[in-house]
Design a protein around this ligand. Structure first.
Ligand SMILES: *Cc1c(COP(=O)(O)O)cnc(C)c1O
Length: 454
């Protein structure tokens, strides 16, 4: 077999173990680094290297593709997306310019249009395929930083941040940490936290006060679709209207939650979100494409093009600067992988109804888990399970820590610990298309046994 046949066979074997393999890795980082460390002086046949790679890595792989892996918000791998990802690597198209790589640029353009349609966002929006929601947040916030300063007559591209009117960024108290990270990249420092309610939603009355305090400074407001702990959605209609009435740019972090908009049954959770100026989401979470793929959406595309665009004599930029942008104009990267191709493939495979069913299925599984686990003695479900996230706890933090430890070492499920609302919690995030009723039943049974053991 040649190297690619070996890769294909090994990949199939890995995927086939999804239901049977214990979830945690058996080998440690240290033993694996030692096993990989030998750099020979001479060449080795690629097929031999692929065998060695798969054989050595396999014990150290985390079963993130298991239907019973509920850590962080990881997603799964849909076969159409995985196959398309393989082709994307084989094609090796540096997808920066439409004229140079028309096939992959066209696939990304169509995938972008489909996303806007499915998520109910303005069709004029610019869509950039980036590495994840962190960079999607960065991209949207960069466009906002440019625009709110331009509104004050400051040319950020020419003059930079030093000496610019002081910009204030207002965020919900329970925003994701990567908002702070993106703001750090952007030189905007620590944001101002606005109080959140008991589900982690930004309080619109507190936002009003924060905007009052910001006075006539340039302001960016960050909202959230999908709280990491509760799954809750900010109240977009009133919050965006309020922020816009004060001239603020509104960015929405919808890494996994924005996908509620693709489901007729869940769309109400995102009501009003289409009025945002920029939005971030991930395809590698809810949409189940392989890592990595995030999506930056900017409903005021001129701001993004001014912030990110680059045109140079040696490039072959789109001839019509007013037409649809080249990928290089809407993403922070210059050279780039065609990350949108797996997105096109999974959307083409699922279809409009299939996307809604995917999201509805994740939520139905989260609710079934919450119901089953919430019925166990001594277990309390802490959040309203409106979307894919479930937080639960035992009577005290020590018992919750002990429970989380038992679950992680069980090998059958992976539910990780966190702190929320002043308590230790065990957290479930349902984000894999492959999670099914058997997985849900087996997971509840594992928690039941662990609760009895603590
Ligand atoms: C995962 C996540 C992010 C960060 O996304 P990456 O894809 O890891 O860069 C941001 N916000 C929320 C709400 C998330 O769940």
């Amino acid at each position: 077999m040649d190297a690619l046949e070996i890769a294909s066979q090994r990949a199939r074997e890995w995927l086939a173990q999804r239901n049977t393999r214990p979830i945690p890795p058996r080998a440690s980082f240290d033993s694996l680094t030692a096993a990989f460390a030998d750099l020979p002086a001479g060449p080795t046949d690629p097929a031999t290297v692929l065998d060695l790679l798969a054989e050595t890595a396999e014990p150290g792989l985390m079963g993130m593709n298991s239907g019973r892996f509920y850590g962080w918000v990881i997603g799964g791998v849909h076969p159409a997306a995985l196959g398309a990802d393989w082709l994307t690597s084989a094609w090796d198209q540096n997808t920066a310019l439409r004229a140079v790589t028309p096939a992959t640029a066209a696939l990304e353009a169509v995938a972008g249009d489909w996303l806007l349609d499915l998520l109910g966002l303005p069709s004029r929006s610019a869509v950039g395929f980036v590495t994840g929601a962190t960079m999607a947040n960065f991209t949207g916030l960069a466009a906002g930083r440019h625009q709110v300063l331009a509104d004050r007559g400051w040319d950020l591209a020419a003059d930079g941040l030093i000496g610019a009117p002081p910009l204030r960024v207002l965020v919900g108290a329970e925003r994701h940490d990567t908002i702070d990270l993106a703001l750090r990249y952007l030189g905007l420092g620590r944001p101002t936290a606005v109080a959140a309610d008991e589900q982690g939603r930004i309080r619109v009355d507190a936002l009003t006060e924060a905007l009052d305090r910001a006075g006539d400074r340039p302001v960016i407001v960050c909202l959230q679709a999908g709280n990491l702990h509760s799954g809750a959605f900010d109240d977009f209609g009133p919050a965006i209207e309020l922020a816009h009435s004060r001239g603020a740019w509104v960015h929405v972090d919808g890494a996994f939650g924005l996908w509620a908009a693709a489901s007729p049954a869940l769309r109400h959770l995102t009501a009003g979100v289409a009025a945002a100026d920029s939005l971030a989401t991930d395809a590698h979470k809810t949409l189940n494409v392989p890592y990595d793929c995030g999506v930056a959406i900017v409903t005021r595309p001129e701001a993004l093009r001014t912030a990110m665009g680059v045109r140079a004599a040696y490039m072959i930029n789109a001839a019509d600067a007013a037409g649809p942008p080249d990928p290089v104009e809407v993403t922070p990267e210059f050279s780039r992988r065609a990350r949108g191709v797996p997105v096109w493939a999974v959307l083409r495979s699922l279809g409009r109804d299939g996307v809604a069913e995917l999201v509805d299925g994740l939520v139905a599984n989260a609710r079934a888990l919450a119901e089953g686990i919430g019925a166990l003695p001594g277990v309390e479900i802490l959040n309203d399970v409106a979307f894919t996230q479930v937080c639960f706890a035992m009577a005290d933090d020590d018992a919750t820590h002990a429970l989380t430890d038992q679950l992680v070492t069980s090998g059958t499920v992976w539910m990780s610990g966190s702190r929320w609302r002043g308590r230790a919690v065990t957290r479930i995030s349902v984000s894999n298309w492959a999670t099914n009723a058997d997985d849900v039943a087996a997971s509840i049974e594992t928690v039941r046994a662990a609760v009895q053991g603590t």
